[in-house]
Design a protein around this ligand. Structure first.
Ligand SMILES: C[S@@+](CC[C@H](N)C(=O)[O-])C[C@H]1O[C@@H](n2cnc3c(N)ncnc32)[C@H](O)[C@@H]1O
Length: 242
């Protein structure tokens, strides 16, 4: 195990503090591991490249990432980034935003903003909004989803990749996770302020009936044989989202 991974694992074992504002808890959790965040998450945050490929923002598009952290997805967007009209990365955690600012220092189309994903609004409606492993960390996730939809142009795209657990009795065609999995993952991740939620996918499918969905199982660093459920979702905002 590398020294960098050991630093990250120490933060994960310590967990997120239980006191303070949401922003203070994020900062206390992420500041000690910010410099090593990307390398460790490479083996844990699955499906992000798939999300970028499915969203495939067209040239000139105005894009917002809510909970964008260190800006790792800027790399995963690849050459698409150069052709965008603008890219705005929004996050509440100064330690991770410092990493993002460093990454974006030679990327004039990228703006880095410290704000809450449940309230932040761009100056104009945008073409694409996405959350990459952020919705599970936002306590009022319904407000964050509603806010994301509100900042999208009608017909715009909402993308998500995240951990989740299925409902006990999911809709036909969707993955069904066993009782142990549905019990274990919310407790395991909850210690670090991450809340895989059986309500996320049903809400997304209801809000965005026109969508593409992939449900997968991904590896977990240092836990051989363990597989964590995640999904990739890309939907089109209808004219009315009421
Ligand atoms: C697991 S990290 C994912 C970071 C990045 N999207 C990625 O894929 O690497 C979750 C991010 O959500 C951010 N976050 C949590 N709650 C937030 C909120 N209410 N508003 C904005 N960002 C938030 C955290 O600070 C953190 O950067």
């Amino acid at each position: 195990m590398s020294w960098a991974d050991a630093r990250v694992l120490a933060s994960l074992v310590r967990g997120q503090p239980r006191t303070g504002t949401h922003a203070e808890r994020l900062e206390a959790f992420y500041a000690p591991q910010a410099a090593h965040y990307d390398a460790f998450r490479e083996g844990l945050l699955h499906g992000r490249t798939q999300l970028m490929e499915w969203m495939d923002p067209p040239a000139g598009a105005h894009v917002v990432e809510l909970g964008g952290g260190t800006g790792r997805n800027l790399d995963l967007l690849g050459p698409r980034l150069q052709a965008l009209g603008s890219f705005e990365l929004v996050d509440l955690c100064p330690a991770l935003l410092a990493q993002a600012r460093n990454r974006a220092r030679d990327l004039p189309k990228v703006r880095i903003t410290e704000a809450d994903a449940t309230r932040y609004r761009p100056a104009q409606p945008v073409d694409l909004v996405y959350f990459s492993y952020a919705l599970t960390m936002i306590p009022d996730w319904r407000a964050a989803l509603d806010n994301a939809l509100a900042m999208l142009k009608p017909g715009g795209t909402l993308g998500l990749v995240d951990f989740y657990v299925s409902e006990a009795d999911p809709a036909p065609g969707l993955a069904r996770h066993g009782a142990l999995s549905r019990w274990f993952w919310p407790r395991w991740f909850g210690h670090d302020g991450v809340h895989p939620n059986p309500g996320h996918l049903p809400a997304l499918r209801r809000l965005l009936p026109e969508h593409r969905l992939m449900e997968g199982l991904g590896s977990v660093p240092y836990l051989p044989g363990v597989r964590v459920p995640y999904y990739v979702f890309v939907g089109r905002r209808p004219a009315s989202t009421a």
